[in-house]
Design a protein around this ligand. Structure first.
Ligand code: URP
Ligand code: ZN
Ligand code: ZN
Ligand code: ZN
Length: 515
C-alpha cells in the first residue's frame, strides 16, 4: 500500500534546534512523518540520502526582481528567473518587493500596487513559492492626514493580499523619507502589525559627500563606498531606533554592513527593544577593494559590479558581521539579490560614462545578484570554515527566522510533520562517489539567473545542493533544473510572531514619555 509520495532515507536532518539521523516521509506536498526506518515500500519514490545533510529550504527574504513599477530601474531577472536561480542554490521561498504606484490614490492604492505584481507573476512559471513586501515610496498626503490614509491603505493591503511587511528608505533621491513620515509609517505598521523594514543610510550626508567627491573629480566606482562611510549607516540606524522607541514599535534593519550600526542594534536589543537586523553574504565575503580596478585589466569600470548600498566595507569590518550572526544581533541573512546586467551598470545606459572616461559612480545602479549563492556560501564559508558557530545557526538565520519574522512559520522554514511544506535541501559537504558533478568553484553559468555576472565568480566551494525539493517535488537535481515540477505560487502571510508590539498594541499610540 502506498502512503507517501516520497521518502528520504538515511540522511542527517538539521533544523534550527536539532541535528539527528532520521527518515522523512512526504505526502501531498507536506512533511508528514519523521522517524527511524520508515518503510520504503510505502513510498512512490525513494531518495537514499546516505552521507547527506537535510535542511529546510532557504528563505531569501530580500530579493528584487522585475516588477510593474520598476522603481529601482530594470533588473535582469523575472520572478521566473529568480525562483529558478533560488532553487539551484537551495532556496525554496523568496520574498520580493512590489513598489507603491504613486499615481494611485485612496484606500485601495497600495493593494492595487501589489495586485499588479501578483498578476504579472501569475503568468510566469515559478520554481518555488514567493511572497511580497511593499516598498513605500511616498505618503499620499502631508501631515497627520498622510498617516491616516496610510492606515486605511495598509488595512486594505492586508485584507486583499495578506502582505504583512513594508520597506521604507532613509536615503535615495525620490524615496528618502523624512523623520516625520517615518513616524507616520511606524504609527501604522504598529497599528496593523506589519513588519517595518528600514534601509538606514543618512541620505543628506550621502548627497553632500557625492557632491564633494564629484567636485574633486573622484568619480570612479570605488568612491561610491567613500561617499557613504560606516558612520552614515550608524547615524541613520541610531535615529531609526530612536523613532521606533518613541513610537514603541518593532523594527528590522535590512542589509546592515556597518560595525557602528551593529553596535546600535546590539545596544537596542540589550535595552529590550524589538529591534531585528538582516545582513548579507557580500558583507562578510567581499570588501571595498572589490570595487577597485587594481589597474591590472582593461575594464576600468569592473568595480561597478560590486556597487551596492550600503556599500562593501573594509575587510576588517567582516569580523563584526560574522560575530553579529553568531551572537544573535542579526536575526536573518538575505541576499539582497538585485541583478542589474553588468552591461547596464557599466556601458552608459545609466549615464555612467557621461562625466569622464572612468564614468561616475553616482549613475551606477546599486545592487548585485545573489539569490543562488547565499545558502551555499553561508554553508561553506560559515559552517565548514568555522565562521558560523553551528549548522543549526545556519538553518536558524537562513531558513527559520525569516519565516518567523515574516509570518510564514511553520509552513516554511521548518520540518514539522503535519505543519511544514515539504521544502528541503539535501547537501553533501563530504565527498561521495555518486554526486559526480558537484561544483568545485562558483561560475555564473551554475547560477541559472538572467544576470551576466556573479560577484562570487571563481570562489571555491566545497558544498552545493544536490537535491532541492519544493512541495515534495524535486525541482533541482545535480545541476539540472526540472521544469515539469515547477509549481510555485503566491504565498499569503500572517502577521509576524516577532514583530508584534507588547501589550494592547492594536489600540492607538499614546506618548510613551507621558505614561
Ligand atoms: O544596493 C542595493 N542594496 N540595491 C537594492 C536596493 C536596496 O536598497 O535594497
Ligand atoms: Zn535597501
Ligand atoms: Zn582594472
Ligand atoms: Zn534590496
Amino acid at each position: 500500500m502506498i502512503e507517501y509520495d516520497l521518502v528520504i532515507k538515511n540522511g542527517l536532518i538539521c533544523t534550527a534546534s536539532d541535528i539527528y539521523p532520521a527518515d522523512i516521509a512526504i505526502a501531498n506536498g507536506k512533511v508528514c512523518c519523521i522517524a527511524k526506518n520508515i518503510d520504503e515500500n510505502l513510498a512512490n519514490e525513494v531518495i537514499d540520502a546516505e552521507g547527506g545533510i537535510i535542511t529546510p529550504g532557504g528563505i531569501d527574504a530580500h530579493v528584487h526582481v522585475d516588477e510593474p513599477m520598476k522603481l529601482l530601474g530594470d533588473v535582469a531577472d523575472t520572478m521566473e528567473d529568480a525562483t529558478m536561480s533560488a532553487v539551484a542554490g537551495g532556496t525554496t521561498t523568496v520574498i520580493a518587493f512590489a513598489s507603491q504606484d504613486t499615481s494611485l490614490k485612496g484606500p485601495k492604492a497600495l493593494s492595487e500596487s501589489v495586485g499588479k505584481a501578483i498578476a504579472l507573476y501569475g503568468k510566469q512559471t515559478l520554481y518555488c513559492d514567493y511572497a511580497l513586501h511593499l516598498i513605500i515610496a511616498k505618503l499620499e498626503k502631508d501631515g497627520l492626514a498622510g498617516r491616516d490614509i496610510l492606515g486605511e491603505q495598509l488595512e486594505t493591503l492586508y485584507a486583499d493580499h495578506s502582505v504583512t511587511s513594508l520597506k521604507l528608505f532613509m536615503t535615495y533621491p525620490g524615496l528618502q523619507m523624512s523623520d516625520y513620515n517615518i513616524l507616520n509609517t511606524m504609527y501604522n505598521t504598529r497599528k496593523n502589525g506589519f513588519t517595518t523594514m528600514i534601509h538606514a543610510e543618512n541620505g543628506d550626508m550621502v548627497k553632500w559627500m557625492i557632491d564633494s567627491l564629484e567636485e574633486q573629480g573622484l568619480t570612479e566606482p570605488y568612491y561610491h563606498g567613500v561617499s557613504r562611510p560606516t558612520i552614515v549607516e550608524g547615524e541613520a540606524t541610531n535615529r531609526a531606533v530612536t523613532l521606533a522607541r518613541t513610537m514603541d514599535t518593532p523594527i528590522l534593519f535590512v542589509h546592515v554592513s556597518s560595525p557602528q550600526a551593529v553596535d546600535v542594534i546590539r545596544k537596542a536589543q540589550t535595552d529590550g527593544l524589538k529591534v531585528y537586523a538582516e545582513t548579507c553574504p557580500q558583507y562578510v565575503l567581499l570588501s571595498d577593494m572589490d570595487t577597485k580596478c587594481h589597474g591590472n585589466h582593461d575594464d576600468k569600470f569592473i568595480g561597478a559590479k560590486n556597487i551596492c548600498s550600503p556599500p562593501l566595507r573594509e575587510e576588517e569590518c567582516q569580523k563584526r558581521i560574522w560575530q553579529g550572526m553568531n551572537d544573535g544581533s542579526f536575526t536573518i541573512v538575505s541576499s539582497d539579490h538585485c541583478p542589474y546586467l553588468y552591461s547596464d551598470k557599466g556601458q552608459g545606459k545609466h549615464n555612467a560614462f557621461k562625466n569622464g572616461k572612468n564614468g561616475d559612480f553616482k549613475y551606477i545602479p546599486n545592487g548585485m545578484p545573489g539569490v543562488s549563492t547565499r545558502m551555499p556560501l553561508l554553508f561553506d564559508y560559515g559552517c565548514l570554515r568555522g565562521n558560523l558557530r553551528s549548522m543549526m545557526k545556519f538553518v536558524e538565520i537562513n531558513c527559520t527566522n525569516p519565516a518567523k519574522l515574516y509570518g510564514c512559520y511553520p509552513q516554511k522554514g521548518a520540518l514539522l510533520p503535519g505543519s511544514s511544506d515539504a521544502d528541503l535541501v539535501i547537501w553533501y559537504p563530504n565527498d561521495i562517489k555518486t554526486y559526480k558533478n558537484r561544483p568545485k568553484t562558483i561560475t555564473n553559468a551554475l547560477l541559472q539567473h538572467a544576470c551576466d555576472y556573479t560577484p562570487f565568480e571563481g570562489f571555491e566551494i566545497k558544498n552545493w545542493p544536490r537535491y532541492t525539493i519544493v512541495h515534495g517535488r524535486i525541482v533541482y537535481k545535480e545541476g539540472m533544473i526540472i521544469r515539469d515540477n515547477a509549481k510555485g505560487s503566491y504565498l499569503p502571510r500572517s502577521k509576524s510572531s516577532l514583530c508584534t508590539p507588547d501589550g494592547d498594541w492594536l489600540t492607538e499610540w499614546r506618548p510613551i514619555y507621558a505614561k
